[in-house]
Design a protein around this ligand. Sequence first.
Ligand SMILES: [Zn+2]
Length: 168
Amino acid sequence: MNLLNFTTTFPDEQSCKLKWKEMRDKAGIVCPHCGSTTHYWKSDKECYECKKCKYRQSLRCNTIMHMSKLPFRYWFVAFHLLTSTKKSFSTKELQRQLGHKNYDAIWALLHKLRMAMGTRDAQYTLSGVLELDEGFFSTERQEEEEKQSVGSSRKHACSGRRTKRQIA
Ligand SMILES: [Zn+2]
């Protein structure tokens, strides 16, 4: 994917969020509280709610973006640069390109991405489909529970009572 395709595919924060959600759904959502793998998507709060225990997790929870306050698009841009450029680039350069004030935050972002990418030998591309896997989504699949909960009621209202984690 070249720069023009990238900016067309991911023109804003929302497009990156949607893509991220799509990838998380594909990877499977695991509840950090009870381990269940079935969730409702709360579009108003942009979070997943566990069907079993009602624990809520943000889109970033248990992924490479865990606890990060940086925009999704920063991650996408950095990932794009890391996978599309042959030359390496510095944190300073990325910071400049993103126009972000905090050097440490950008350093941490790049470091995490490089670590995740360095731990496997697969090729990463952003050609249409962003190819990310376990390094980006630390999930432990619990398939038995997944089978049990499929098809259960979908009547939960977003009560907000049992939210345990702030949405990033
Ligand atoms: Zn749960």
